[in-house]
Design a protein around this ligand. Structure first.
Ligand code: KG4
Ligand code: ZN
Length: 336
């Protein structure tokens, strides 16, 4: 089966083409540079940019895959969570392609697409534990199978990616913050700034990054402007504090669960220091840790196509196409 995936939940207009033999045939995206000047995403600007970007991105994806519309069996599109206006543009685009190509259109949950991006380059094994960390989400999930999910923890306030993005904004490092902070952190001392790891008073597994965000801002304001080695130390300390919290929750979530693998997913999973630290922690326990290649960790169309293909093949259902700005991932079979 060849399936085309469309992703417009935030500021990337992306189209991917995936073939069930687990191969990405194309993955093209236009990142909206319009938001650089404002230092954050303006929803109205994002919707208009998706409208402009989608036709050329689609053309490029079909060209890369050397396919025509007649070769595509189905179309998958992100229907939430995300910015409502952006989702609507992607959904309208997918529906009109479905109409003119006479193909089924499936709505995909953005978190599921991130999770199943792990299937793009290798065969996933179950049961597994998954850490989904991006600019909008921080979740721990138990995966019993593709399509069978249990949410173990979520964030009480900000997402992990937001800690990177807000620290980068304060430090004038641009948007998104994760990639530049990871690069600078490589030559920094992670012990230089004593950033906190939040622990919840109820001892629960949920994440909290708002305290770290504030600590990072205050530390910057005390010494600003930081540069050279001190800036590298700042980035290394921040990255380390995010990783320590993620690993703390990951380690505790494993109690009482026998898993065969750990999957990292979402934009923050592009961080290779996180992958290395999780691998170091879980390898002695006999749990292999995997993350997609960085380009499939951040938003892309191939992951949407893959999630759509797996569900269509397993259930034959295309489901609803109503957009939703918020909503937890449910297992296949449960209405979402
Ligand atoms: O999954 P994604 O592309 O969009 C959302 O669904 O939110 O994730 C974007 C987030 C941003 O917060 C960005 O700073 C973060 O992923 N990110 C990283 C890295 N690359 C992207 N965070 C840490 N290290 C990275 N290398
Ligand atoms: Zn995402």
């Amino acid at each position: 089966m060849i399936i085309l995936g469309i992703e417009t939940s935030c500021d990337d207009s992306a189209v991917g083409i995936y073939c069930s033999e687990r191969k990405v045939l194309a993955s093209v995206l236009a990142t909206q540079l319009e938001h650089r000047a404002t230092g954050g995403i303006v929803p109205e600007v994002a919707s208009r940019a998706h409208l402009r970007n989608l036709p050329p991105v689609l053309r490029a994806a079909l060209e890369d895959a050397q396919l025509g519309p007649e070769d595509v069996d189905a179309i998958a599109v992100t229907r939430g969570p995300g910015l409502l206006g952006s989702l609507l543009v992607g959904l309208a685009f997918a529906r009109s392609l479905g109409e003119s190509w006479q193909r089924p259109v499936l709505g995909v949950h953005h978190i599921e697409a991130h999770l199943l991006a792990n299937q793009l380059e290798r065969e996933m094994v179950f049961p597994a534990i998954a850490l989904v960390v991006s600019g909008g989400h921080s979740q721990l999930m138990l995966l019993r199978a593709a399509g069978d999910y249990e949410l173990l923890a979520t964030t009480r306030d900000d997402a992990a990616g937001e800690a990177f993005d807000k620290a980068a904004k304060v430090a004038g490092l641009g948007f998104p913050g994760g990639p530049v902070i990871e690069r600078l952190a490589a030559s920094g001392d992670a012990r230089a700034f004593p950033f906190p790891v939040a622990r919840l008073s109820d001892g629960g597994l949920d994440f909290s990054f708002s305290g770290l965000k504030t600590a990072a801002r205050l530390a910057w304001e005390q010494e600003a402007p930081l540069s050279g080695q001190r800036l590298a130390d700042y980035c290394a300390s921040l990255q380390d504090a995010v990783i320590r919290q993620l690993l703390d929750r990951l380690a505790r979530s494993l109690r009482g669960h026998e898993v065969r693998a750990c999957y990292l997913a979402g934009g923050v999973a592009a961080n290779r220091a996180l992958l290395a630290a999780a691998t170091e922690m879980l390898t002695p326990l006999g749990i292999p840790v995997h993350a997609p290649s960085p380009r499939y960790c951040t938003d892309n169309g191939a992951m949407v196509a893959c999630a759509g293909a797996l569900r269509l093949e397993a259930t034959g259902e295309s489901g609803s196409l109503a957009p939703f700005p918020r909503g937890v991932l449910r297992s296949w079979g449960a209405a979402f």
